[in-house]
Design a protein. Structure first.
Length: 190
């Protein structure tokens, strides 16, 4: 409501200035015997108004940049928050499938454990959580004692390798080669 009121006041001020200029022009026509020239006053007033409008435009542009920066910061915060939520979900799923795979020796559960664990590393790398990614790699390596006993399909094995290559280029994450070696040692059975 306050913004609406300001707009109305601005419009009414503009109309009053315009009516004043028209009244001056009609009251004091241009003659040489007047001591002052009303056209000079009108030009002065109009140049002052134009200067104010240009200043207002510059101020608005600076304000828009600040708003844009705020929006970008909020987008980044939301992105990081959503990645952290995905990491929590992936970690919960990997823990569930680890327990299920160890209890039942289920091939699919073991694959899903590996898939969700490696996906967790991908998301941790996206938000630069290097310590979490290193811890997850060490957890995977320690939980898989004998990779030769794990049977995967070729598609499953390829999907795990592709996920590893998503974060392998990050040199801050350690043991990626050991993780890749672990996955490549797993047996393929179609």
């Amino acid at each position: 409501m306050n913004k609406y009121r300001n707009i109305v006041i601005l419009i009414l001020s503009g109309i009053s200035v315009l009516v004043s200029i028209i009244a001056l022009c009609r009251t004091y026509p241009h003659t040489s015997d007047l001591g002052m020239d009303y056209q000079g006053i009108i030009v002065g007033i109009l140049s002052l108004l134009v200067t104010v409008l240009i200043g207002w435009q510059i101020f608005s542009a600076i304000d828009i940049r600040r708003i844009k920066d705020d929006v970008l910061n909020m987008n980044m915060e939301n992105y990081i928050r959503s990645e952290k939520n995905i990491i929590e979900i992936q970690m919960s799923l990997s823990q569930y499938y680890l327990e299920r795979g160890l209890e039942t020796n289920d091939r699919i559960a073991v694959f899903k454990y590996l898939l969700h664990s490696i996906s967790t590393i991908v998301h941790q790398e996206r938000i630069n959580d290097i310590n979490g990614a290193n811890a997850m790699i060490n957890t995977i390596i320690s939980s898989v004692s004998d990779p030769n006993k794990i049977l995967l399909t070729q598609v499953q094995k390829n999907s795990l390798i592709e996920l590893i290559f998503l974060f392998r280029k990050n040199h801050d994450i350690h043991n990626t080669d050991n993780l890749l070696s672990l996955v490549t040692k797993m047996e393929v059975k179609d």
